[in-house]
Ligand binder design. Sequence first.
Ligand SMILES: [Zn+2]
Length: 133
Amino acid sequence: MTQNVPNYTEVSYICIAHTRRVGYVTTSGNEFTHLSVFTHEAAHKIDSIINRLFDPDFSDKLRHAFRVAVEKGAWKGLSSETPAEYWAYGTELWFYEIGKGRKFETYEDFKKFDPLLYDLLSEWFPKVSLIGY
Ligand SMILES: [Zn+2]
């Protein structure tokens, strides 16, 4: 089974490239943390698990949310990315950028920024910050 786990260095490199392309920088000034990279990659797997096991319409909902967000201009730089990357970046924000002094002070602020993504994330993830872990 571990043979199927990608090389962590390779995964990190891919995610650094993704992160820099969209200009995503955490409030702390770091372009990324290893934990947020892990979260990003886990989000990709969770996305497919949700779709396969729990909600066969999830991909359609995600594509719709992505299209609306891009049209709205909420995620500048993401227009050439995919719904899967949108979900993974959103998951990073969900766990690392909501809270006092962060990109979003509250979950309501995040909801105003991207209501459809908020709905998807809040359906599958608890409102828990992973900052400090
Ligand atoms: Zn990714």
